[in-house]
Design a protein around this ligand. Structure first.
Ligand code: ADP
Ligand code: MG
Length: 356
């Protein structure tokens, strides 16, 4: 039986592409079996508000931001952990699935595994499924991102052992506890990279009377954000508009300034992780205490964050290798053995309990 299944898999592999997608709030990554990660682009669709037409998707859409006429607007398919707009999600998936297969056309449509934020509703699951089918997918499997991240980090998700992942993305942080192939506890909170950026914008406005853009705030964050005190001080230049004179202005900003700006949000993040720990069964907590909490997503790259969380939570916190690709690597592992990961996938919507 096993041999027949493998043989069938190989034949299908020749006839179709298998694709794994991490539909993140900030970045979308696409893996194609046999070719690796082929797309890594911002999750943005630029639309013409007058006609409703899609003008650009991904990196090209981000490039346009702030440089287009007012009726061209940027829309994100996933906002605050929910699928915001079926049309936009559908456009994004069509673009991605098309681009992933360009020059590699096969006879059958692809099998697709898509990672979505934890806690999506059955309506949203159906929207993503329909959007992927409309984009030509032959089979669509949906997995919650903390689960995909845990698989990508190669945690022993199938065992009766608790594993915990905190995925600090752009719009949301996904906190998940996994055992025996399923999520046993999960929470999705809106404290993540975008919030840190707006924290920095407000702090610079209040403290230094200067207005900076969110893009500058993000660049500053990536350049010098650090939660660790006592490391070598870091600094960078930031440009904006002096609110007193109204003129362009440039100033030096330090990691201490960024710490002051985002400290409050980091504290809130700690509270959210504590809440999840407090509502997790004691046996599983004991596993997590021994094996640690794994950090994924771009926010895991803030300097000193694992040390800070370790001391705040009293549980070892470890940054996953290559945290930005953990989810898409998870989808690739699932694609390679769909049968073994059945339990980790969201049920097809007819089996889902309807939400009122
Ligand atoms: P999502 O899964 O929601 O698409 P990602 O995991 O791709 O999000 O992470 C994107 C977020 O991580 C952005 O807010 C970005 O600013 C932030 N980020 C990326 N690299 C770094 C870094 N080196 N330091 C701090 N934040 C970072
Ligand atoms: Mg993500």
């Amino acid at each position: 039986m096993e041999a027949i299944r493998r043989y069938k898999d190989r034949i299908l592999g020749f006839l179709s592409n298998d694709i794994g997608i991490d539909l993140g709030t900030a970045n979308t990554l696409v893996y194609v079996k046999g070719r690796g990660i082929v797309i890594n682009e911002p999750s943005i669709v630029a639309m013409n508000q007058k006609t409703g037409a899609v003008v650009a998707v991904g990196a090209q859409a981000k490039e346009m931001l702030g440089r287009t006429p007012a009726h061209i607007v940027a829309v994100q398919p996933v906002v605050d952990g929910v699928i915001s707009d079926f049309e936009v999600t559908s456009e994004m998936l069509t673009y991605l699935i098309g681009k992933a297969q360009a020059g590699h056309a096969k006879l059958l449509g692809p099998r697709v595994v898509i990672g979505v934020p934890s806690g999506v509703t059955s309506v949203e699951v159906r929207a993503v499924r329909d959007a992927a089918r409309a984009a030509g997918a032959r089979e669509v499997h949906i997995i919650e991102e903390p689960m995909a991240a845990a698989i990508g980090i190669e945690l022993p998700v199938h065992e009766p052992l608790g594993s915990m992942v905190v995925d600090i993305g752009g719009g949301t942080t996904d906190i998940g506890v996994i055992s025996l192939g399923g999520l046993v506890n999960a929470r999705n909170v809106r404290i993540a990279g975008d919030r840190f950026n707006t924290d920095i914008v407000s702090h610079v406005r209040n403290e230094f009377k200067m207005l900076i853009g969110e893009k500058s705030a993000e660049e500053t964050k990536i350049a010098i954000a650090s939660i660790a005190i006592g490391r070598l001080p870091l600094e960078t230049l930031v440009r904006g508009r002096d609110l007193v004179t109204g003129l362009p202005h440039e100033m030096r900003i330090t990691d201490q300034d960024i710490r002051n700006a985002i400290g409050h949000s980091i504290e809130e993040l700690v509270e959210a992780v504590k809440d999840v720990l407090e509502t997790t069964p004691p046996e599983i907590i004991s596993d997590v205490m021994q094996r640690g909490i794994y950090l994924a997503g771009g926010g895991a790259l803030i300097r000193g964050i694992p040390e800070f969380l370790t001391s705040a939570l009293g549980v070892p916190v470890i940054v996953a290798p290559d945290p930005l690709t953990a989810v898409v690597r998870g989808t690739s592992i699932v694609l390679n053995d769909l049968d073994a990961y059945r339990d980790a996938l969201l049920k097809s919507d007819d089996e889902l309990v309807p939400t009122e």
